[in-house]
Design a protein around this ligand. Structure first.
Ligand code: PEP
Length: 254
């Protein structure tokens, strides 16, 4: 099994005003203390990306393993799309990575696998890394359809040309997001093993090295158990990423 650097990504969702830059400062201070095998990504709301990227760039320690990311992008580079933001604009603001296909985007904005795939291509067009999210609902899990659902999302949402450098896959069971519920380590191992096999079949050696994140109610108390599961290369963290101390404690657990 090739060694893969861990990634702990924080998805702030629609939370954070300018005053939250003090949380970023605390993350930057704590990041210097982390083991060298882990990268951090902070995805604040789009309104804060430029300020956060500037703050990171101005930090005295320029070698910090921290990057700023975004939570979504439009498929086009520019044009008549009121209220939307393109991957190129996010790159220009200082984002290095963009999450696409989060279950909240899929549910609240009716994003299909085809739209998510086109967004991932838009991320690459802008020269950034795409984090593509997949995961089953509670009903799908209860019906025993988890692997079928994840297989369909991977086939439909991942563009051809994915590499270990341009793509990260996040497995986020919808029923575990923001609920405090998590799958067992054995359930996570089953799904991550299946995702690894699927990616390796389609993308060969690149698929073996792509980072696979688990997401859904990760917190300091459960992070080390979840991060120790085979083929889990980090976490996508929602609620617990809003507090620097929790986010850093999760990163320290990998
Ligand atoms: C998420 O929405 O990506 C997520 C994992 O949320 P939480 O950690 O709050 O469950």
């Amino acid at each position: 099994v090739p060694a893969v650097r861990s990634l702990i990504a924080g998805n702030w969702k629609m939370n954070g005003l300018k005053a939250a830059s003090s949380e970023l400062d605390a993350i930057l201070e704590g990041a210097a203390q982390l083991s060298s095998g882990v990268d951090l990504l902070v995805c604040p709301p789009a309104t804060l990306i430029a300020a956060f990227a500037d703050r990171l760039a101005a930090h005295a320690n320029s070698a910090l393993p921290v990057a700023i990311g975004a939570q979504d992008c439009h498929t086009n580079a520019a044009g008549a799309h009121t209220g939307d933001i393109s991957a190129e604009m996010l790159a220009d603001a200082g984002a290095r990575t963009i999450i696409v296909g989060h279950s909240e985007r899929r549910a609240d904005h009716a994003e299909t696998d085809a739209i998510v795939r086109t967004k991932a291509q838009a991320v690459w067009r802008a020269g950034l890394v795409a984090i593509v999210c997949v995961g089953e609902t509670q009903g799908e899990r209860n019906a025993g359809h988890t692997l079928d659902v994840v297989a369909g999302q991977l086939a439909g949402s991942l563009p051809d040309g994915a590499t270990a450098a341009n793509l990260v896959v996040a497995y986020e069971p919808v029923w575990a997001i923001g609920t405090g519920m998590t799958p067992t380590a054995a359930d996570v191992e089953e799904v991550h093993g299946f995702i690894r096999q699927t990616l390796t079949q389609r993308f060969n050696g690149e698929g073996e090295r792509m980072r696979l994140l688990y997401g859904g109610s990760v917190k300091p108390s459960n992070a080390s158990e979840l991060m120790a599961v085979p083929h889990v290369n980090g976490a996508l963290v929602g609620g617990a990423s809003l507090k620097a101390s929790d986010f850093l404690a999760i990163a320290a657990g990998c």
